[in-house]
Design a protein around this ligand. Structure first.
Ligand code: NAD
Length: 299
């Protein structure tokens, strides 16, 4: 078993992920510049160090869980020279495919190994150790990471080479964003035509318009009692995070010449909604579509 881990980024996701590694018996050196995150990591049993470089010194594996790709690349510049050659770097942040490939290339250039391993499952999955990891990188590196990833995750999928884990993440979330908007438009149209939410659900959940957004995460209160719609749209998966992921997907669509009209439009629609409702669950987009439709009715 890999024993010595460095962990950088002890926020909503990284904090509980690092805590699960400690609980599983790993020796974790942790770094985050925010004092509250440091205090929590200490409480959870990690050894908090004073600099990023210190967290990468004499480690078998170094994990990063950071807000964006620029930060990952900046932090790698400190970490790579401090690490023992051959250290396995695992970046779990959600970042651009291009940044993920650049980070892996930097690691390889410094004599290390690297995987991109973004996650889905949110804060609840991070706390429960049931995240899904989508991993890009070499076969042997993936095999060497398995024990560590299985502590933090319930499902670990090797998607392909460097950057392909990030590709899986943004393709999934682009589809989710598009499908939530499509579902919300259909629900609001149903409302205008006199179709109750429950009747909509009873028909569509077993018909060809069925989707995860409807059956597990219904954006109106009632049909799926556990969905954020029943809790004033408290996240769940915040609009700010969906907007970020759709921005990454939009970049990838453009960079790769994909005729992705719906993906680009979904990014625009969430960017607008994010301006004043970033903290609401992303399924609250239905409320925006409804209020904009009511305004149009009134005109
Ligand atoms: P967060 O903002 O809560 O945590 C990020 C942490 O990184 C913060 O504690 C911050 O202080 C720390 N940090 C900043 N600069 C640092 C540095 N130089 N060195 C070490 N730490 C540094 O964000 P989060 O919600 O934990 O998300 C982390 C990543 O996971 C993001 O890329 C996000 O897109 C992705 N993600 C989040 C969720 C979710 O539900 N929150 C779900 C899936 C994926």
């Amino acid at each position: 078993m890999t024993k010595k881990i460095g962990f950088l980024g002890l926020g909503h996701m990284g904090g509980p992920m690092a805590a699960n590694l400690v609980t599983a018996g790993y020796d974790v050196l942790a770094f985050d510049p925010v004092p509250a995150a440091q205090d929590k990591a200490r409480e959870d049993g990690a050894t908090v160090v004073a600099t990023a470089a210190a967290a990468a010194t004499d480690r078998d594996v170094v994990i990063t869980m950071l807000p964006n790709g620029k930060l990952v690349l900046d932090v790698y510049a400190d970490l790579l020279p401090a690490a023992t050659p051959g250290t396995l770097f695992i970046d779990c942040s959600t970042i651009d495919v291009a940044d993920a490939k650049a980070a892996a290339a930097l690691a390889a250039g410094a004599g290390h190994r690297a995987l991109d391993a973004p996650v889905s499952g949110g804060v609840a999955g991070a706390a429960a150790g049931t995240l899904t990891f989508m991993v890009g990188g070499g076969e042997q590196d993936f095999a060497d990471a398995a024990d560590v990833l299985n502590v933090m995750g319930g499902k670990v999928v090797h998607c392909g080479g460097s950057g392909v884990g990030q590709a899986a993440k943004i393709c999934n979330n682009m589809l989710l964003g598009i499908s939530m908007i499509g579902l919300s438009e259909a629900l609001v149209l149903g409302e205008k035509l006199g179709l109750s939410h429950q009747s909509f659900f009873d028909v569509v959940s077993t018909a060809s318009g069925q989707s995860w957004a409807l059956t597990s995460y219904c954006p109106v209160p009632g049909p799926v009692p556990t969905s954020p719609a029943n809790n004033d749209y408290q996240p769940g998966f915040a609009t700010a995070l969906m907007t970020k992921d759709l921005g990454l997907a939009a970049n990838a669509l453009r960079d790769n010449g994909v005729d992705g009209l719906l993906g680009l439009l979904a990014s625009e629609i969430y960017t607008r909604f994010n301006q004043d409702r970033a903290g609401l669950d992303f399924s609250a987009i239905v409320t925006d579509i409804r209020s904009r439709s009511d305004q149009e009715d009134a005109e």
